[in-house]
Design a protein around this ligand. Structure first.
Ligand code: DX5
Ligand code: ZN
Length: 217
């Protein structure tokens, strides 16, 4: 199984995105967190900043939209050339319609779930998805403690994906580090967001390789 490490630029230096992106050539994708002060109690950046980042990197761009009304705002990130767009199902009015629109625009369609949202009600719409993002902290901030009570949901999601026979990535986001990644792998995740673990390391690129080696062991 392919394992991917996606550093989150939420923990990068916001005045030096290009420099920090160039410092992590080993990344399998760049995880960009859009927050709007409504869906989560924090504000980051939006489309103009993402378009600027798109121009300076060829990395797979993994958008994580923690915003209200993704039905309205998410397609523009696919149009901007981002390879993957995650919308939160709690904020989405029509997940199937939005997923189809994202795919039509050439992006991978991904659905995000907050800690209290169960995966079971979405079993029937799995064929519309390329990735499921499972939050392993409450969304809104980097550097929070990993919620190990989310591991059973990671396991249930892996079982559903396996049963479906579909190639859907399972991403965990929040508190992933050297000390928590093993549990996530064991539970069935294959795509790992790491913000503070990567950017607070002395050698961010080395940390990505360390995490991936762990995942591929
Ligand atoms: C939090 C974001 C995460 C965040 C993770 O709501 O979705 O992507 O950057 O940060 P760490 O890895 O520090 O928990
Ligand atoms: Zn995120």
């Amino acid at each position: 199984m392919g394992m991917r490490i996606h550093p989150s630029l939420l923990s990068a230096d916001f005045a030096n995105f290009q420099r920090d992106i160039e410092s992590i050539p080993s990344a399998d994708g760049l995880h960009l967190d859009v927050m709007d002060y409504h869906f989560v109690p924090n504000l980051t950046f939006g489309l103009p900043v993402v378009e600027a980042i798109r121009k300076v990197t060829d990395h797979h761009i993994d958008m994580h939209l923690m915003i209200d009304d993704p039905d309205r705002w998410a397609p523009a990130y696919a149009e901007a050339g981002c390879e993957s767009v995650t919308f939160h199902v709690e904020a989405c009015k029509a997940p199937v319609r939005l997923a189809r629109e994202l795919r039509k625009l050439g992006a991978r369609a991904s659905m995000g779930l907050k800690p209290q949202t169960d995966i079971a009600p979405f079993e029937d719409i799995l064929p519309e998805l390329d990735m499921i993002l499972l939050m392993t902290v409450e969304p809104g901030f980097g550097g929070q403690k990993f919620l190990d009570i989310m591991l059973p949901k990671v396991r249930r999601t892996r079982e559903l994906v396996k049963k479906s026979g579909l190639d859907i990535w399972i991403q965990v986001d929040g508190g992933v580090s050297e000390s928590t990644i093993d549990q996530c792998i064991e539970a069935g995740a294959d795509t790992f967001v790491a913000g503070s673990a990567v950017f607070s390391a002395d050698d961010p690129d080395g940390m990505i390789r360390t995490l991936r080696e762990r995942a591929e062991e």
